[in-house]
Design a protein around this ligand. Structure first.
Ligand code: SF4
Ligand code: SF4
Length: 558
């Protein structure tokens, strides 16, 4: 017997976000006229406790077997509504969300009538699809309780230690011979003036002695295959290959310091970088009396548009170190803008001024000129050129993305930004995750960060990675690709080549070569189903029939 479809529609005002621009009572009245709709409610906030209880009560009292919420973005609220349906005994995949806020009221603020019409169209389409939804069960997959951390700098060491202390086995892979990354070049760390080498020695010691950490230095990643819970990693240590499995991966590959070859007469002796200055401090070889620092060298220009964030504070910290050692030394910082965010950094900035560090703003169009004994700079406020004496020029250069980032991003199928740093899944909602499940990032691999920020991110990435490890079992949404028509599949592999998440493979079956979906790796993006010229693949909850019905519903209103 055909199922008696009973759809409940909940129209959200979202305070004034929707109701301020659309006539929600009229839209709710309209929803009552749609086929299979047996219950309609307008809520001030559907996601509030009161709104959620109204959904749950209606499921029980009105015997709803499909729910449609017309409100905000599924990206943020769909899990909540699905969970509420489940709590009321309805399969959560018999829920459909219609976005009448971000895609309607917000973009049609000045077009009330058209906005109302569009909201009605969207709800009509959502209801039509909801009638065809089928219950789905979450997909479960076991988790290999081990982690791979790529990069042995401060962020990699920190995240490896956190995971190891929680009892998970960690493979820490570092391509150079030593642990430490950029920390090895630093002297003191602002703002608390922590000794960088002491911190490094302490962390490296802890890593080397931890029974749960397998430290692989002089090691590069050759291949990574698999998906969350089951990554297969091949590494090469001095040419010898090894292979192991892990459940999660943290990318902590750090960044490189930009070498300002050809800029401001850089020669690594009389004109050096801030990192080289720290080297002089560490070796106790700093002697200069007249120091001129130039900011934004190779940064915030046509080639590298971004601000590296750490260079201003590095310059301020090093200027203070010079003045504290020798109050009579002259230190000038030539800058375009000063980045001293946060109260502690601002306090250091002020302290540097009190110690006598001089700041001169320069124009990008009229950059300073480094000469043999002086630096010529145009002073904006004085409106004339100054000649500053120098026996050492220090260039503040940005951190740039590591050279391995592109290769690693391909191996792991994760994205890079326009500057080739790794790009998080969502700047606010998933700042330490990638779109690919089970892969996390921290430190300078993501973007130039202070040591303190890198450590915070490392703690966060380790916490994120701990969630699936602690569960021991992965549960993923069943909105995935399915081989709906096995006979139609010709095993051509086109979909396998195009899947951005490596979630498809060709297998030999009794019927010949056929595609097979790895559901736990699939993100339900739909690329494969759209690609298959045989229509062999389909996406749960986005079947051809459901999408066609939505289109039909839209056209029926025109
Ligand atoms: Fe080719 Fe389609 Fe089969 Fe993929 S599902 S292998 S595209 S026939
Ligand atoms: Fe890959 Fe997307 Fe198809 Fe899933 S839906 S198998 S992620 S192409």
């Amino acid at each position: 017997m055909a199922e008696d479809i009973r759809i409940g529609v909940f129209v959200c005002d979202c305070g004034s976000n929707i109701a301020g621009y659309l006539d929600c009572p009229d839209i709710a009245e309209y929803a009552k006229t749609l086929s299979n709709v047996v219950f309609v409610k307008e809520n001030l906030y559907t996601c509030s406790e009161a709104g959620i209880n109204e959904i749950k009560d209606a499921i029980k009292e009105e015997k709803l077997n499909r729910v449609v919420v017309a409100s905000c973005s599924p990206r943020t609220h769909e899990p909540l509504f699905r969970e509420s349906c489940a709590e009321a005994g309805l399969n959560p995949y018999l829920f459909e969300m219609v976005n009448i806020r971000d895609q309607c009221s917000w973009v049609h603020m000045q077009e009330r009538q058209d906005g109302n019409q569009k909201a009605m169209d969207l709800i009509r389409m959502g209801v039509a699809k909801a009638a065809l939804l089928q219950p789905q069960e979450p997909i479960q997959s076991e988790m290999d309780p081990k982690a791979l951390v790529i990069g042995g700098g401060i962020s990699g060491m920190t995240s490896a230690l956190v995971l190891a202390n929680r009892g998970y086995q960690v493979f820490l892979v570092e391509k150079s011979k030593e642990l430490g990354g950029l920390l090895r070049n630093l002297h003191k760390l602002a703002p608390a003036n922590v000794d960088a080498q002491e911190l490094l020695a302490k962390q490296a010691e802890a890593v080397k002695n931890h029974e749960n950490i397998s430290l692989l230095t002089s090691t590069t990643i050759k291949e990574i295959q698999g998906y969350i819970g089951h990554y297969n990693v091949t590494v090469s240590t001095n040419g010898t290959e090894d292979n192991f499995g892990v459940g999660v991966i943290i990318i902590a590959t750090g960044a490189k310091v930009f070498r300002p070859e050809g800029l401001y007469n850089y020669d690594g002796k009389g004109v050096i970088t801030q990192f080289e200055l720290e080297g002089l401090f560490r070796a106790n070889k700093f002697k200069a009396k007249n120091v001129v620092m130039i900011q934004c060298v190779g940064a915030r220009d046509e080639e590298r548009k971004y601000c590296s964030r750490i260079c201003c504070m590095t310059a301020i910290k090093n200027a203070i170190a010079i003045k504290e050692k020798d109050p009579k030394a002259n230190v000038h910082i030539l800058y375009r803008d000063i980045q001293a965010y946060g109260t502690e950094n601002e306090a250091l900035f002020q302290r540097s001024k009190q110690l006598g560090v001089r700041y001169i703003k320069y124009d990008q169009e009229k950059p300073p000129e480094v000469r043999k004994d002086g630096v010529k700079v145009y002073h904006h406020l004085l409106g004339r050129e100054l000649e500053l004496p120098q026996d050492l020029v220090v260039l503040s250069t940005p951190l740039i993305a590591g050279e391995d980032n592109e290769e690693l991003s391909k191996l792991l199928r994760v994205t890079l930004d326009e500057n080739k740093f790794f790009l998080e899944a969502h700047v606010k909602l998933k700042p330490l995750d990638f779109a690919t499940d089970g892969v996390y990032l921290c430190g300078n691999a993501h973007y130039p960060a202070t040591i303190r920020e890198a450590v915070s991110q490392a703690l966060g990435a380790a916490s994120r990675a701990s969630i699936p490890l602690a569960k021991g079992m992965m549960t993923v949404e069943p909105i995935v690709s399915i081989l709906a028509d096995e006979d139609a599949c010709r095993g051509c592999g086109l979909c396998v080549a195009l899947c951005p998440y490596g979630a498809l493979e060709i297998v030999k079956t009794e019927k010949g070569r056929k595609v097979s979906v790895i559901p736990v790796a699939c993100k339900g993006c739909g690329v494969c189903a759209a690609t298959c010229y045989q229509h062999a693949l389909s996406i749960n909850s986005y079947t051809d029939q459901q999408v066609e019905e939505q289109i039909r519903a839209f056209l029926s209103g025109s």
